[in-house]
Design a protein around this ligand. Structure first.
Ligand code: XMP
Length: 522
């Protein structure tokens, strides 16, 4: 669909690290860590990691990610072993490490396993561990282990439990590590990846997303050419705002920015977004569609059904706009890198919620699609946004789902519960900002369902709603942890919600990580 060929440009401009994805969430974390070190990293599903693909991308280094499988399970993901025979350095992590052992003639066995913080001892000097002490803590998560390294390999590090923690080929740059250098719980993990990229693989052209504004603008200008308008659906979030500003810079008045108020926005958001866009020189078409959306949503119980209705209504609005203005030929969307990789690139990755059906507009609009930020992670989009002069209030605003507060009301959708979720969420945000914690967390909001609790107000007993506060830390929404906030902040939030929203009798705090839970309630 997307015809923007940015990745080819990026591949020419930078040394490419190719991260081979064996499933789970590991590959994105590895790619992000490499990019934080200034290394341009792309992800490839394991079954597409062929020697031809390596050549096409011009891979300077390879990383084989971890994954949920065991190398001995029938149907376990494998790679073409010839990619281990070329000159491109290879680093296998966890499953990748075991796979190297298996493919090159070592032995992998099932053991007691090691989970969590583990001490490892470096037994052989190597540039990979430059800057490491003789003993360091790392993060382990494995049951299988390499019982015998392949011929020609030597052991570089051993864990406190006697397992091989790192190995390398004696002559060739092929490495395997049993631990996870990409997680923050391996304090020297980033340094190790830095050593691998710069000392071993010789990366020299440093990647910085924010330096690419000029390239992005000229790519858009080139693609769109001299004629035709570009439609951008702006939501007030950082992704669509960045896209709108880039398109504005590329084609000026041929940008048609549309902002739809579906009645499911955060309190005060519509006004704030309009003001911010105007401050950036963008005058959006404002569609007040509150009545249109809400009248169809009231009474609907199932969240997926609500998503479908919202998607349909959005599509109708955009069709009306496109039909009125035949000069509109392009649609620019704020798709980001996790979206394109998540969208079924890796076999067996289940779709839990139908997010992107809502975020993306349908192909029957008949427009050519531009996705100018599709190779970037959120933190990179934020840096581009800063470089574009987008106000911090937007750059660091928490991500917000396309269907908005519709996914924060559980049970039957009612306008009463919608208002409770909206007002309680505003209080949560205000208190976080007041405590200086807003930017430390990924998302923070309140949800409401049909559960009731008995309250005492004055001498009166009254039954009120239970509101659940959800505040999470995350790097990319794929995994999340609940925020360990000071008790006083939670106390303040709870007091304000019950006193300012009389319909609420109880405030609870959600303390389940993702997985097994999701971030939004439905
Ligand atoms: P979950 O709830 O699946 O959410 O852990 C992961 C991230 O996605 C956001 N989210 C959505 N975004 N449309 C969107 O555009 C949706 O329907 C939707 N549902 C969840 C959620 O806010 C979190 O950041």
């Amino acid at each position: 669909m997307d015809r923007l060929v940015l990745s080819e440009g990026l591949r020419r401009r930078y040394d490419v690290a190719l991260v081979v994805d064996f499933g789970g969430q590991y590959a994105h974390l590895i790619a992000r860590r490499l990019r934080e070190q200034g290394v341009y990293a792309e992800i490839v599903p394991y079954d597409a990691a062929t020697p031809e693909h390596l050549g096409e991308v011009g891979a300077k280094l390879l990383v084989l990610s971890g994954g949920p499988s065991s190398v001995y399970t029938p149907g376990a993901p494998l790679i073409d072993p010839s990619i281990l025979e070329g000159d491109v350095p290879v680093l296998g992590i966890c499953y990748g490490h075991q796979l190297i052992a298996k493919l090159l003639g070592g032995r992998v066995r099932r053991g007691r396993g090691e989970y969590g913080r583990t001490l490892v001892k470096i037994v052989e000097d190597d540039p990979l561990f430059e800057g490491w002490g003789e003993e360091e803590y790392v993060w382990m998560s494995h049951a299988d282990y390499v019982a015998e390294p392949p011929p020609g390999f030597k052991v570089l590090a051993v864990s406190e439990n006697g397992y091989i923690a790192a190995m390398r080929h004696s002559e060739k740059p092929i490495y395997g590590v049993q631990f996870h250098p990409e997680v923050k719980h391996t304090p020297k993990g980033a340094a190790m990846l830095h050593n691998y990229a710069y000392r071993i693989a010789g990366v020299s052209r440093t990647w910085r997303a924010e330096n690419l504004v000029g390239v992005l603008v000229s790519e858009i200008r080139e693609r769109v050419g001299e004629r035709g308008k570009v439609l951008v659906a702006v939501s007030g979030g950082v992704d669509s705002t960045v896209v709108a500003v880039l398109v504005k810079k590329a084609v000026g008045r041929r940008l048609v920015a549309v902002f739809v108020d579906h009645g499911l926005l955060r309190e005060g958001e519509a006004k704030e977004v309009l003001e911010a866009l105007r401050g950036l020189g963008i005058e959006p078409v404002f569609v007040d569609a509150r009545e249109r959306f809400l009248s169809r949503l009231v009474g609907v119980e199932d969240c997926e059904e609500r998503r479908r209705i919202i998607g349909e209504e959005f599509a109708r609005i955009f069709r009306e706009i496109v039909e009125r203005d035949p000069e509109i030929r392009w649609l620019a969307q704020g798709t980001t890198y996790p979206d394109i990789i998540e969208s079924g690139a890796v076999k067996g990755a289940d779709r839990i919620k139908s997010h992107h059906n809502v975020a993306g507009l349908p192909s029957w609009l008949g427009l050519d699609v531009l996705e100018p930020i599709k190779y970037f992670y959120k933190d990179e989009v934020r840096r581009i946004a800063e470089a574009l002069g987008i106000p911090h209030r937007i750059v660091y605003r928490h991500p917000f789902p396309g269907p908005g507060l519709a996914v924060r009301v559980m049970g039957r959708f009612t306008l009463e519960k919608l208002e409770i979720a909206r007002r309680a969420s505003r209080i949560v945000e205000e208190e976080l900002r007041r405590a200086g914690l807003y930017r430390d967390v990924w998302q923070a909001f309140a949800v409401v369902g049909d559960d009731k609790w008995v309250g005492v107000k004055g001498d009166q007993r009254s039954v009120g709603y239970v509101v659940t506060v959800r505040i999470v830390e995350s790097e990319d929404a794929m995994t999340a942890d609940w925020a360990r906030l000071p008790a006083e902040v939670l106390d303040k939030i709870s007091r304000r919600i019950t006193s300012e929203i009389p319909e609420v009798a109880m405030v609870t705090y959600a303390v389940t990580t993702k997985p097994p839970s999701t971030i939004e309630p439905c």
